[in-house]
Write a protein that binds this ligand. Sequence first.
Ligand code: ATP
Ligand code: MG
Length: 420
Amino acid sequence: MKQTRAFIPTLKEVPGDAQIVSHQLLLRAGLIRQVAAGIYTFLPLGKRVLEKIETIVREEHAAIDCVEMFMPVLHPKELWDQSGRWDVYGDELMRMKDRHGRDFAMGPTHEEVVTTVAKEYLNSYKKLPLSVYQIQTKFRDEQRPRFGLMRGREFIMKDAYSFHATDECLDEAYNGFVKAYNNIYARCGLDFRMIEADNGQMGGSGSAEFMAIADVGEDTIVYNEEGTFASNIEVHDLQVGDPSPDGVGVVKHAKGIELGHVFKLGTKYSESMGGFFLDENGEQKPYIMGCYGIGVSRIMMAALEQRNDENGIVWSKSLAPFDLHVIPVDVNNTEQLAAAEQVYADMKAAGFDVLIDDRDERAGVKFKDADLIGLPIRLTIGKGITEGMVEFKNRQTGESQDVALADLKDFVQAQYDALT
Ligand code: ATP
Ligand code: MG
């Protein structure tokens, strides 16, 4: 991709309304722009990062036989009346009327819709278990939308739902999701922890949250250093130094960003919405459900909060919007430009996603933007090209060295493979 066509509006100044580093970087590196409080446009770079996250999510769901579908944003009020949530969900539920005056909710979560869809099909134990998911825009009229993608009013979530005949079967699926979630956050390059969560008003018998460790996090984690206990403070209201509930050591506090949530729902929705199946003895029973959410857009925020330095973003190679940044220092120097275009073509042919900074800008501006955008590898084509040399820079370690053009492809490949 040529940078002159890439629509990457970087900012020199730190935007005044962005209080935390990740939010500043989202704006400064040209990943997103705000449209209204808690409502954002993803610019091309941000969109590429989202797609990287979504691909990881899709691969890990395929690995546990969870199948993708796509449900509507608009939910007729009748469905929410059946579950009883139209009245209890409160002001966070975005509501609207159609031209005939009929009420709709804009989906903040999809238990009602998925149960309605599933119940027509799941009439026998032979059709269970089933796990489905979607990646979709969710709407929540949050009281305090803030911190960019951290707490939006419109945001992207992966939500999955599973249906079972027995508790044992639900446990098995739940454990599968826990494994998939661990893989997803690890592959996204995050420092995270799974903790015991509050069952809340959802009812049900067990739940866990996945937290990115970050000082700006809105959740408080209580944990012991021995690693045998970690929970949301909402579950165990413990002060620093209190004995750990499992008897091992004392507890500490840490701040976390909630990345995801796995939850054993039980039969709340199947019973209230008429989701029944016939078991092996011909007996009618409500199926047992689980639900599993990931804040897809919030992952981007957490990654930025954890992976940055004073010059900008330091992407993991798994989420970087491009793999390589090729920079001709002076695009008016025909030798430099021609060599850079050749490197660009060769690296693309080798399978890399490459961004070439073909802008007619000063070298200093280009290097600053490159550090800010934070692609894992930078290849600078400057004066050294007269001797056939290119400067290689690793954004993660900051190390740079000159490499001969003839060795460049193998060198970049080896360096790229060694990145995290
Ligand atoms: P929170 O306690 O942060 O409000 P929640 O318990 O309401 O989260 P869930 O309903 O479990 O969240 O939603 C699943 C995931 O969606 C969360 O783990 C989080 O990563 C993400 N998420 C929830 N609300 C928002 C939001 N307003 N903006 C961005 N992501 C969100
Ligand atoms: Mg919430």
